[in-house]
Design a protein around this ligand. Sequence first.
Ligand code: NDP
Length: 444
Amino acid sequence: MEVKKVLSDLKRRFPNEPEYHQAVEEVLTTIEEEYNKHPEFDRYNLIERLCIPDRIFSFRVTWVDDKGQVQTNTGYRIQHNNAIGPYKGGIRFHSSVNQSILKFLAFEQTFKNSLTTLPMGGGKGGADFTPRGKSDMEVMRFCQAFVTELWRHIGPETDVPAGDIGVGGREVGYMFGMYKKLAREHTGTFTGKGLEFGGSLIRPEATGYGNVYFLLEMLKTKNIDIKGKVVAISGSGNVAQYTAEKLISLGAKVITMSDSNGYIYDPDGIDAEKLAYIFELKNVQRGRIKEYAEKYGCKYVEGARPWNEKCDIAMPSATQNEIDGDDARALLKNGCFAVSEGANMPSTPEAIAEFLNAKILYAPGKAANAGGVSVSGLEMTQNSIKLGWSKEEVDEKLKNIMKDIHNQCIRYGKQEDGYVNYVKGANVAGFMKVAKAMMAQGIL
Ligand code: NDP
């Protein structure tokens, strides 16, 4: 494989998809050496078959808003690769959603799911619809219209969607309800469901908690204690909230959170009581993070990201490309020694290069945020065996999976000087399993 050639071919065939190109380039440059040790991969043109999704569905979603106006959006489902299990990956509802973003997410998901040790392929879906500012009834009508198209393509052994940006328990509930009505069966086709109808304990917490568990594994390699460490978090949604919760319970000091309008900086640290307010503000009132600064009298910075604030650890948990080269340099200059990604691809290639050059502990989202899909996998298992596990059981399994992912990163990412390149480790480990499965299954 010649990475340059593969990339230029993909760019020619699929122009105007910068996020997809970015994700593919990051993976290919790190797996090149390992890939080329296996000439049989090239003979079967494995790389193109791995980079190009198995199939893409795109459809119009028509719904009626509260004023009686007819609205249309574009919905998608990308079924990227099912070599090791049914397609699995979240649904994103956000105005920025397009095919490029979902292709990058589905591609990343394939390697992430492979790392989890569970039998799940990779997929992703969504629509250019933002639930923020919509009434409950509008969100419900949108979800129902979306699933009216999607339901034909998914199923418990085919493709199992979940949440992502803009899709939480409320949206999964509405989508699952419509799916159940159309398919006329109650199966585990969605994960992130409510506890009363097949959801798993710890699923809402899983991505944030899992990221902290991964961080703890990284810190352990350097004998660093999390207690008292200052942490900057971006985002204030599902992943950010539970990352903060776990960190606070372990004695770390969380100083920032954000939303798409700006960030708050609380030098005293967000404690359990203040975090309870954020849960209420974001999940019930659906308000803005600015209101936290008004309530607690701390700094709010409009239209900016939190990476200029001094911290020991950064945990980006909002969206892609939210840490650029300048942000990375600012973090390093201020003494940040660990970055563990809750979001998918939050660091630009320039930022990643800065972190790796500085040899800090840097965990890419594919490894660090895999806890969410892992517990989704555990939800699928519980649905299959028609049993529910206790909170403690699921949490224990999550911890073990994060530990296992960390070990896989070390196995493939440890350099001669002892530095662990977690990007390479995660990509090679995730890739090898999918590649072997694809080779065994013939040319498809
Ligand atoms: P939520 O919708 O619950 O929260 C997203 C947060 O990020 C909100 O605070 C939102 O602000 C902010 N945000 C969204 N888009 C932007 C943007 N363009 N610029 C700045 N801020 C933005 O989503 P999740 O917490 O579920 O997801 C966050 C990240 O974690 C995503 O990258 C997702 O792919 C990733 N992830 C999520 C998993 C899960 O289990 N949920 C699993 C693995 C990864 P606002 O309120 O203003 O929209």
